[in-house]
Design a protein around this ligand. Structure first.
Ligand code: SF4
Length: 304
């Protein structure tokens, strides 16, 4: 059983952290499973992507859907059954998690959708297709899928998982990310409720264990990775967590790695600003998303 996790990124230097997390978690549960990853870009010729997937001939193809690739993924879903009629197509990612039924109605060739965070769901799907997991899809939580009679069915969203259970994805193959941005996650969810943002739907903010995080930061520093981008939605929403990480990279800096964080500027307090002031210039980069400067807009979109 060959399972391919495919991602279509916006640029070559980007990578898709989600598919690496899914594979790492599933391989921990099922070490013998044949799970591969292929990354493409939206700028690549469409036929080239199609040809590559065709050559791999996966039994199950899982496509990661984001705002920047959902059009290209939609085109792929329509073409793949013409050249790989027996391949089961599954989708996942924020762009299909909250309108899963509509997506399956639009793309009758897709088998199903993994909704919400995918590690546990994907691991169970792998076991299902390998014939040693759930006997039926209806027993797997967090999916919307096509039943035998082609009716669309959905199972409940699954409980959020402990983020520390996701294995570190870069340990074995950091060389594969040469000249690309390393994405890294120490929290999931966002405490805010901006009305247009998918990250505001999941109200379950959680953090990766700090001792694990420190070991992983040291790995990046030791391997002289040029840049690590944290994908945490609002990195500084928990003061102790942010301070521990900034202090760690300050004390262990070797003058090479740059760390990028998305922060809420209004949450930065004096202690944090003082620490940031003391860092080597270039050690960190802050990305600050201003939702609006119009008070009425801010009120309407639920920005605190
Ligand atoms: S602060 Fe950012 S991530 Fe959080 S809900 Fe608002 S837009 Fe989304």
């Amino acid at each position: 059983m060959k399972i391919l996790l495919a991602a279509v990124n916006a640029k070559y230097i980007h990578s898709n952290l989600a598919v690496y997390c899914l594979r790492a978690y599933a391989k921990k549960q099922h070490p013998a499973s044949n799970i591969t990853i292929s990354e493409y870009t939206i700028n690549q010729p469409f036929d080239e992507i199609l040809m590559d997937i065709y050559k791999q001939a996966p039994d199950v193809l899982c496509l990661s859907c984001y705002l920047w690739n959902v059009t290209e993924v939609g085109q792929l879903i329509q073409e793949i059954p013409k050249i790989l009629p027996d391949t089961k197509i599954w989708l996942g990612g924020p762009e299909v998690s909250y309108n899963a039924r509509e997506v399956l109605e639009k793309y009758p060739m897709a088998e199903g959708i993994m909704r919400g965070e995918g590690e546990e769901t994907f691991a169970e799907l792998v076991a299902y297709y390998e014939g040693r997991g759930a006997a039926e899809l209806i027993n797997i939580q967090g999916i919307t899928f096509r039943e035998k009679e082609k009716q669309i069915a959905a199972t409940p969203f699954r409980q959020i998982m402990d983020l520390s259970k996701v294995p570190f994805v870069y340990g074995g193959d950091i060389e594969n990310f040469k000249n690309r941005i390393i994405y890294y996650e120490t929290s999931r969810g966002c405490p805010f409720s901006c009305s247009y943002c998918l990250s505001s739907i999941d109200k379950c903010l959680r953090f990766r264990n700090l001792e694990l995080v420190k070991k992983e930061l040291q790995f990046f520093i030791d391997h002289e990775v040029p840049q690590v981008k944290f994908v945490d939605r609002t990195f500084n929403c928990k003061h102790d967590h942010a301070m521990a990480i900034w202090n760690y990279i300050k004390e262990h800096d070797k003058g090479i790695t740059n760390f990028h964080f998305e922060v809420a500027a209004d949450l930065l307090n004096e202690e944090e600003i003082e620490l940031i002031r003391s860092l080597r210039p270039g050690l960190i980069q802050l990305e600050i998303g201003i939702q609006s400067t119009n008070k009425q807009t801010i009120k309407e979109i639920n920005v605190p």
